[in-house]
Design a protein around this ligand. Structure first.
Ligand code: FNR
Length: 194
């Protein structure tokens, strides 16, 4: 719930689901996470992953033409925020290749655009592990770039059965777990800002 602390220390987050699929489960989960973050007083700007699909990284292209405008735009969005909510599918026990390519391009901007920005990783999968193995892989490049990835991650198992018609999580325990994770994350970002 938004309170005096959130009014005194407003935080700005950006949110991204790293799936192109129209009915993406990760986008549905992200939507619930965004609503919970807003309930805790955060300003959240939701972005479309389609805007951040870049050509396969090629160091020769960078040497010849520098950082593409679309990559710099994403970098500017991250730098202007206090943190990022990133929901990612697990592909073959790891992160999707197009997300890794986006991160690789982003990592070429100097100084690091993600340094001292907070990140919360979420995943949804129709499997029983909820995509959590992919998130452990995703932490590595982001932390290597200086991002502060929140220790807790939120993975939603059997996600194809998890959402009600109105998009909320059917299971009250899952709903409460997400609300608690968002509360703790927003609190950590707010304390770091303060
Ligand atoms: C998957 N999926 C999957 N799920 C999982 O739990 N562990 C895995 O390793 C994989 N691997 C995998 C590879 C590839 C290439 C695809 C296309 C899918 C299933 C995946 O998590 C599921 O399709 C999710 O619904 C994808 O996320 P979105 O697009 O619904 O957000």
């Amino acid at each position: 719930m938004a309170d005096a602390a959130s009014a005194a220390h407003p935080i700005k987050l950006i949110a991204l689901a790293a799936s192109l699929r129209r009915d993406s489960l990760n986008r549905r989960l992200l939507t619930q996470a965004v609503l919970a973050a807003r309930a805790h007083g955060a300003t959240v700007e939701v972005h479309d992953f389609r805007d951040f699909i870049f050509p396969a990284f090629d160091a020769d292209v960078q040497a010849a033409a520098g950082i593409p405008d679309a990559v710099q735009h994403l970098g500017n969005l991250v730098t202007a925020s206090d943190g990022v909510l990133l929901a990612s599918p697990e592909y073959n026990f790891s992160m999707p290749g197009n997300l890794k390519n986006t991160i690789d391009w982003l990592s070429r901007i100097r100084p690091s655009v993600v340094r001292d920005r907070w990140g919360l990783l979420l995943s949804a999968s129709n499997g029983r592990v909820g995509g959590n193995r992919g998130l452990w892989h995703l932490r590595v490049p982001l932390e290597s770039m200086g991002m502060m990835i929140f220790p807790d991650m939120f993975s939603l198992a059997l996600a194809h059965e998890a959402f009600a018609e109105d998009g909320t999580l059917r299971d009250p325990a899952q709903h409460d777990r997400l609300a608690m994770t968002m509360n703790m994350f927003c609190g950590a970002v707010r304390r770091a800002r303060a």
